[in-house]
Write a protein that binds this ligand. Structure first.
Ligand code: GLC
Length: 445
């Protein structure tokens, strides 16, 4: 990746954040989009939202859970597509501050997360499903659209003025309107003036006409015209030549609190983090707090488990670089940092030795981070064989081995590319070692 500006380094270092989808929609227990998806009556929805009074909201408890999990930042939905605001807005009374709750939850959140030493992000939905002009669009309702768009711009200004330094602004819900419709370029300019160090995500509207997808070092992506970082959703794919963060649920599909939900196990959540890190990006892991404000206990338990793992193995994640140096998927994944290669082991086979093939760089020392024990090893041309591994997996999650190398770890030429990549002829000599015949001995004609 090209040089990351200093003010954004923290994001690349952080690797792990908490996404919080919380709003009055939690009352229905049908995810964050129940207004639309369950085709609810607008007036009945608004009345119930206005009466919402969370009894157990404690932003410090949220922040403690996030910090404990090893997360370094968070992003809270200040307003989702239903339009109900979690802060005291001067532009509407459809807010928790002016309705039954009488609280500015955004303010409490920002303060608690800052105090806990986490970076702070605000999610803001451009879409507001209450407003006919949003649905009609600028062509059919120019005046309504202009008023609505101004409302959006005012609210963004408000959010980025009233709560001190904000590290991330996370837009969503631009569909079906374009960057021009939203006047996103102006929005970005305003944001840069208000918060010069902030990171802006890439959901500021459909690309302008004629704005072709771009080809970057890591593949083809969408317009980079607007947006400092990419936000692959429900998937982990590296973005071309820019910062990115995969946002993922810890449940199934919905982001807001859902009654009767089933939870992904801690090892799956951790694997998403490790996969993101191994590809050079972050994981923004979601939780949908309960209507009363508490985090679901299932989430807290998983966060704790991951946090215990991070305390021992965090150096393999924070500030790591894309890591799939050589083949390793028969054991797990890899990350890299400086001269270190981290082997993050999913399949613990109980054998005393582990052989890594294809590492070209000289290994100086091997340590099983999980126990802190140094491991004996031998290195020949193609192989590093590690010895003295315990028969029992030393953690319920993924053990990690750190290989300290004499230089930044690199693969031998044959191992640089994965199976379906590169020039296949590089493997011919390897196959030819047994001959060329289909017979078992490679020789019989
Ligand atoms: C989607 C959904 C929204 C959710 C978001 C998170 O865009 O519309 O409900 O908040 O993804 O990435």
């Amino acid at each position: 990746m090209s040089q990351i500006p200093d003010r954004w380094q923290w994001f690349n270092e952080a690797r792990f954040g908490l996404f919080i989808h919380w709003g009055a929609y939690a009352l229905w227990g049908h995810g964050e989009q129940t207004l639309f998806r369950d085709h609810r009556d607008q007036q009945a929805y608004a009345a119930r939202a206005c009466a919402w009074k969370p009894t157990a909201f404690d932003a410090r408890a949220w922040a403690a859970t996030a910090a404990d999990a090893g997360m370094r930042y968070a992003v809270l939905t200040t307003r989702h597509h239903d339009g109900f605001c979690l802060w005291d807005s001067a532009y509407t009374d459809y807010t928790t501050a002016r309705q039954a709750a009488r609280r500015d939850f955004v303010g409490d959140y920002v303060e608690a997360f800052r105090t806990a030493g986490l970076r702070v992000g605000l999610y803001y939905s451009l879409a507001d499903w209450r407003i006919p002009a949003y649905w009609e669009g600028p062509a059919r309702d120019p005046a309504g659209w202009a008023a609505f768009r101004d409302y959006v711009h005012h609210q963004v200004r408000e959010l980025l003025t009233n709560y001190g330094k904000i590290d991330v602004i996370w837009f969503d819900g631009a569909w079906p309107h374009s960057q021009e419709d939203w006047r996103s370029a102006e929005l970005v300019q305003m944001i840069r003036e208000l918060q010069p160090d902030i990171l802006i995500n890439n959901r500021l509207g459909l690309p302008a006409a004629g704005d072709a997808p771009i080809q970057g070092d890591l593949g083809v992506g969408h317009s980079r015209l607007l947006g400092d970082f990419g936000t692959p959703e429900h998937q982990i794919v590296a973005e071309p030549d820019r910062l990115w963060e995969s946002c993922q649920v810890s449940t199934w599909r919905l982001w807001g609190y859902t009654t009767g939900e089933r939870w992904r196990p801690a090892d799956l959540l951790l694997d998403m983090l490790v996969e993101s890190a191994s590809k050079g990006g972050n994981l923004l892991l979601n939780v949908g707090p309960q209507p009363n404000g508490q985090l679901p206990p299932e989430f807290v338990a998983r966060a704790r488990e991951i946090g215990d793992w991070m305390r021992l193995h965090g150096e393999a994640i924070y500030g790591s670089e894309p890591g799939e140096v050589c083949e390793f998927i028969t054991y797990g994944r890899q990350t890299r940092k400086g001269n270190n290669l981290y082997l993050i082991i999913r399949f613990w086979d109980g054998q005393p030795t582990l052989t890594l093939a294809g590492l070209a760089t000289k290994v100086l020392r091997a340590t099983l981070l999980t126990t802190g024990r140094e491991l004996a090893f031998e290195q020949s041309d193609d192989y590093v064989t590690l010895r003295g591994l315990p028969a029992d997996r030393p953690t319920d999650l993924f053990p990690v081995i750190r290989l300290e190398c004499a230089a930044p770890p690199q693969a031998r030429p044959w191992a640089v590319d994965r199976l379906w990549q590169g020039d296949p002829r590089r493997m011919a000599a390897w196959a030819a070692a047994r001959g060329s015949s289909v017979w078992a001995d490679g020789k019989r004609r």
